[in-house]
Design a protein around this ligand. Structure first.
Ligand code: NIG
Length: 427
C-alpha cells in the first residue's frame, strides 16, 4: 500500500496509532536470522513493533517519518548499572590515573554521601542519569541498590530505583559497611534477613534480581552463596560481580547457581571460559530466545549464565580487558553493559562501550551490537526488548549515521539522533 501522507518528524512518535518509520539505510533487526535490512522500514503500532521489512513492502500507516538514510538499531539494553547514589569520587579516579589501583573500599565513600542525601535529591539525581542514558540510545536499563548498606537505605534505594528503572537488583552485599568491620558474617545475616525483607517490601515487581560483589575485599564465595541462596528462596534470581580483581571463584559460583549473569570477568581461567561457553552453547541448542516469540513466557526458557563485559569499567580501572574474543569463540552468550557508577565507570554511554568492544576487545560489530541489545535482554531474561521484530516493545535507536559501524569508526562523536521507547520519542 502507498504511504502518501507527508513525512513528519520523529516527534510524531507519541505512542498512539500507527507510524511508519522509513528511509532506514540499515535496520538491525536482531531477529532469528540476525537480518540487517537495507532501505528498510518499521511499522510501530502504539508501543509495539507491528512490522519490519523492506521499504518497498511497507504496509499503510496513519503517519510516516522519513529518516533519510539513517541506521536504526534496537534501543540499548543496559543490564548492569549502579545509579542510585550521591557524592563525587573524581579525586579517587584522578589518583588512579596517577598510579593507584582500584579497591572496593571506595564504595564506602559513596555510601556515606548516599545515606546523607534526601529522598528527593536521590530521585532527582537518578532521573537525570536516566535521561543521560536515553540521550545515548538506551531504552531498557537495570540498576542496583548497594550504596545504602543498612536496612533503611537499601530499602529506600530499591524504592527510588523501582520508580525510574526497568529492572532493579538488590545489592546489599556490595561491601561490608564500616559499622560491621571484622563482622562480615553478621552483616551477611542482616542482608539475608531483615534487609532482604525490607527491600522486597519496597522494591515492587521491578525488583527481580539479587547480586553480590564476590571479590577479595568484599564477599567470599561462601558468603556470596549464602546471600544468593537466601535471595533466591525469597524469589529473586541471582547474578554476580565476579572475577573483577582476580580469579576469586565468582564464575564457578555463578554457573553452579545458574545465575542470570556474571559480570566484569576480567580474570578467567580456561575452565571459566569453557563453563560460560558451554552455558551459551546449550542455550542456543535449545532454541535460545529465537525459539520464543516476544510474548512467550520467559519462565519457560532455559536461560544461560550470560557473560557480561563492562568495557568502560575496564578502561576506567585500567584493568586487563575482559577476554571477550575468547568468550565469544567459546560460545558464551555475551552482554555489554555500561556499569555506570561513581567509582569504576562513570558513564552510561553504551555507544562508547560498543565502540570500545570493537576497537579494543576484538569483537566484530555484529557481536558487539548483539551483546548490547539481545545479550542485555538475555541477561535480564526478557524477550520483549533488544530486537526489532513484530510484537517486541517499540524501542528504537536512530543513529546519526548511515551505518552502525560509525559507532566504532567515529568514537566519541554524538552518534544518537533519536531514542524511541515504547513507541514514544524520549530523546
Ligand atoms: O561494578 N565492583 C563493584 N561494584 C562497582 C563499583 C562500585 C564502586 O566502586 O563504587 C562495579 O564496578
Amino acid at each position: 500500500a502507498a504511504n502518501t501522507e507527508p513525512s513528519e518528524t520523529l516527534d510524531a512518535l507519541t505512542g498512539t496509532g500507527t507510524v511508519l518509520v522509513e528511509g532506514v539505510s540499515e535496520l538491525w533487526t536482531l531477529d532469528a536470522e540476525r537480518r540487517v535490512l537495507r532501505d528498510a522500514a518499521v511499522l510501530i503500532e502504539g508501543d509495539v513493533i507491528a512490522w519490519a521489512g523492506p521499504r518497498s513492502e511497507a504496509p499503510a500507516a496513519d503517519r510516516r517519518v522519513d529518516l533519510e538514510g539513517r541506521a536504526v538499531l534496537p534501543g540499548w539494553v543496559d543490564s548492569h548499572s549502579h545509579m542510585v547514589f550521591d557524592g563525587d569520587r573524581s579525586a579517587e579516579f584522578q589518583a588512579r590515573m596517577a598510579g593507584e589501583s582500584y579497591s572496593a573500599g571506595g564504595i564506602g565513600v559513596t555510601t556515606g554521601a548516599t545515606r546523607e542525601a534526601s529522598d528527593e535529591r536521590l530521585a532527582a539525581l537518578l532521573a537525570s542519569r536516566v535521561e543521560e542514558a536515553r540521550r545515548g540510545g538506551t531504552t531498557c536499563m537495570e540498576t542496583k541498590t548497594g550504596y545504602g548498606l543498612n536496612v533503611e537505605d537499601e530499602a529506600r534505594s530499591a524504592r527510588i530505583a523501582a520508580e525510574h528503572m526497568d529492572e532493579v537488583t538488590f545489592l546489599g552485599a556490595h561491601l561490608v559497611p564500616a559499622e560491621y568491620k571484622n563482622r562480615a558474617d553478621e552483616y551477611v545475616d542482616l542482608v539475608t534477613g531483615e534487609m532482604l525483607q525490607a527491600v522486597l517490601a519496597s522494591g515492587g515487581e521491578r525488583l527481580r534480581w539479587a547480586d553480590v560483589f564476590c571479590e577479595e575485599g568484599a564477599f567470599t564465595p561462601e558468603q556470596s552463596r549464602r546471600v544468593l541462596e537466601a535471595c533466591r528462596a525469597a524469589g529473586l534470581t541471582p547474578r554476580l560481580h565476579g572475577n573483577q580483581l582476580g580469579e576469586t571463584g565468582g564464575v564457578a559460583l555463578a554457573l553452579e547457581l545458574g545465575a542470570a549473569s556474571v559480570d566484569h570477568i576480567n580474570y578467567l581461567s580456561s575452565e571459566d571460559i569453557e563453563g560460560l561457553g558451554a552455558s551459551g552453547r546449550a542455550f542456543r541448542a535449545n532454541g535460545g530466545v529465537d525459539g520464543a516469540p516476544p510474548a512467550a513466557d520467559p519462565a519457560g526458557i532455559d536461560w544461560p549464565t550470560v557473560a557480561t563485559i563492562l568495557p568502560a569499567c575496564d578502561l576506567s580501572t585500567r584493568a586487563p580487558l575482559a577476554p571477550a574474543r575468547e568468550l565469544a569463540d567459546a560460545g558464551a552468550t555475551l552482554a555489554i553493559a555500561s556499569n555506570c557508577n561513581p567509582g569504576t565507570s562513570y558513564t552510561s554511554s553504551m555507544n562508547f562501550c560498543v565502540g570500545t568492544a570493537v576497537l579494543q576487545m576484538r569483537l566484530t560489530l555484529e557481536e558487539a551490537l548483539e551483546a548490547a541489545t539481545l545479550g542485555g535482554a538475555t541477561a535480564l531474561r526478557r524477550t520483549d526488548v533488544g530486537r526489532i521484530v513484530p510484537g517486541a516493545r517499540a524501542d528504537l535507536h536512530v543513529l546519526n549515521a548511515p551505518a552502525a559501524i560509525h559507532l566504532a569508526y567515529r568514537p566519541g562523536m554524538p552518534m544518537t539522533a533519536a531514542t524511541i521507547r515504547k513507541g514514544v520519542r524520549v530523546a
